[in-house]
Design a protein around this ligand. Structure first.
Ligand code: SF4
Length: 206
């Protein structure tokens, strides 16, 4: 028998507004990320030290449904964050079947996941919020420890399949890592790809 996907839930935050997608949202944080960003504020999600609870689709629905009225009144819903939520794309797909058309599903992602995960997400996620870091591969590598080739491929895939209105790309100024010129260049490259929704901001280092 096929094993039901579960979500490694690290934390859950209710009644959020204006930070994680449209309307009122509940943010669920999952364990695991392929990157190691220097200023990560959610490094508590990194394996192997992270502790999480494996929740089923039904359990997640039960945890989140108390805000159903708020979600429906504001066009909000559930936001999957992390860590990297698209590591759990199969869970999000199954979860979408129990709440589709009722709640908005948003992911906050680096897009640095296998293409097959992204293909699953394209079928079931309403809105993508992507932290692009920097478009320059060397800067990206220096900041995250990873390669951004599949991130750029992922942006193209999202635009082709969903159109620009469902994709918000966040472009950070990263202290000691990129310059204002680097950020301007990243934004220009993203515009060339067809990105329309860009949020330029600065990381605040604690
Ligand atoms: S992608 Fe996000 S969660 Fe992962 S290390 Fe970077 S900032 Fe942290």
């Amino acid at each position: 028998m096929k094993k039901e996907p579960t979500f490694p839930l690290v934390s859950l935050s209710r009644l959020r507004m204006g930070t994680d997608g449209a309307g009122v949202t509940t943010l669920v944080i999952g364990m695991g990320c392929p990157l190691r960003c220097r200023y990560c504020i959610n490094d508590f999600t990194w394996e192997p030290d992270c502790s999480a609870t494996a929740v089923t689709v039904k359990k997640m629905y039960d945890l989140v449904k108390k805000d159903d009225l708020y979600f429906q009144a504001t066009g909000g819903g559930i936001t999957f964050g992390g860590g990297e939520p698209l590591l759990h794309a199969a869970f999000i797909r199954d979860f979408s079947k129990v709440c589709r058309n009722k709640w908005n599903i948003t992911v906050e992602t680096s897009l640095n996941v296998p293409e097959q995960n992204l293909q699953i997400a394209i079928e079931c996620v309403d809105d993508f919020i992507v932290d692009i870091k920097d478009m320059n591969p060397q800067i990206y590598q220096r900041y995250t420890g990873g390669n951004n080739a599949r991130v750029i491929g992922g942006v193209k895939l999202l635009l082709q399949n969903l159109g620009p209105e469902r994709v918000l790309i966040r472009v950070p100024h990263i202290p000691e890592i990129n310059t204002p010129e680097n950020v301007t260049r990243s934004i220009a490259q993203l515009r060339e790809l067809g990105v329309e929704r860009i949020d330029e901001f600065s990381y605040v280092i604690p």
